[in-house]
Ligand binder design. Sequence first.
Ligand SMILES: Cc1ncc(COP(=O)(O)O)c(C=O)c1O
Length: 379
Amino acid sequence: MNPLTLPVSRTPAYVIDVAALKKNLQTAARIKKESGCKILLATKAFATPATFPIMREVLDGTTASGLYEAKLGREEFGKEVHVFSPAYKEEEIKEFLGLADDIYFNSIAQLRRFLPTVKQAGKKTGIRFNPGYSKATVGGALYDPCSPTSRFGILPKELDQVPWDDVHILHAHALCEAMHDGSVGLIEHIGKNFGPYIKRVKAVNFGGGHFINKKGYDVDALIKAIKEFRAAYNVEVILEPGGALVYNAGYLVATVLDIHPNEKNTAILDASATCHMPDSLLIPFTPPVIGAGEPGAHPHNYLLGARTCMTGDVFGEYSFPQPLKAGDQIIFGDGLQYNLVQATTFNGTPLPDIVLLNENGKCELARGFGYEDFRKRLG
Ligand SMILES: Cc1ncc(COP(=O)(O)O)c(C=O)c1O
C-alpha cells in the first residue's frame, strides 16, 4: 500500500497541489524581483484556467504556440500575451493580432509579409533565432530546438537581413529541463556572440526549459546572469518557462483494477501512459510513483500498465513494500507538466478529472469529463 492516498472521488484524476504550485511560483517571484526580468507561462506545458488566479499574481502573462492558446491567455489569464508560431496563415493573422501584444516570427519572409498588418494593429514583433546552443536539452535530438535540422528560428547567418528597426524582441528557445549551467550558458553564449543584434532590440526572450524548481538548480546563478546581461545591454529580459512552473506540483492518480500474471506481474490501472502521460513514452522516462521504488528496492515488483489495447502502454516497472491489489490507489508524482494539455481519449479512455488539492488538504473538483467530450471530437 502506498503511504499516501488522496481524497479524490474518482480516478483517474490530475490533482493540482495548490501549496506546491505556490511554492514553485515563489521561485519565479524571486527571480523576477531580484533580476528585474519578466516571466511568462508557456501555456503549451500547462494551461488550466482554475490555477490562473494564483499564477497571475506572480507571472507577467502567457506565451502561446497557437491561436487557441493565445485566446485562452487573453480571455482566461489576462496580462501580456506573447505568441510564437513556426508559420502563420494569412487568414488568421488578424485574429492573432487581436489577441496578442507581441507576435514572434520564425522567418524573415513571414516577418516582412505580415509586418504592415502588425504595425497597423499597433503590436510589437519578435524574431526567433537559432543560437546554435545544443548543450542543455534532455531527450536528445527530438527535443533539441537547435539541432542541425531544426525548423525553429532564423540562422545566425540570416540575422543581418532582419529589418531591425521594426523588431522589438530577439527570441531564442534552446533548453529543455536545463539546470542553471544550461540557463547561464545560454545567456552568456548569446551575450558573447550576438551583441550587435541585441543592441538593436528592446528585449531578449531566453525561451523556456529553465528548470528553476528542480532540486540543485542554482537560482542565484540565473539571477546573476540576467542582471549582468541587462547591465551589459540595457535591455529587458524575458523568460517563458512552462514545465518548471508546475514541476512536482501535482499528481496523476489512478486505481489498480486487476493484477495480470506473466513473467512479470502487471497491475492494470484506470490511467494510461498513452492517454494521460504521453511524454513518458515519447521521451521516454519512468514517472515517479509515491511510496514505490525501483524494481528490487521493495519485495513486490510490478509493471504498471493501462487498460488500452496498446501493448506499450506501460508506465514502467516499480517495486512496492506490500503486494498490490484491486482498489489500491497509485499516485504518480510530477503529474502536471505537458500531461493535461496532451491528454487524449484513445480507446474511449475517460479523461482524468481535474482536481485542486487545496491548502486545507481538501480536494475540489475543477472539471470532470464524460462521454460527450469523447463523442464531440469524433464528428
Ligand atoms: C518556444 C518555447 N518556449 C517555451 C517553451 C516551454 O518550455 P519548458 O516547458 O521546457 O519550460 C517551449 C517548449 O517547447 C518552447 O518551444
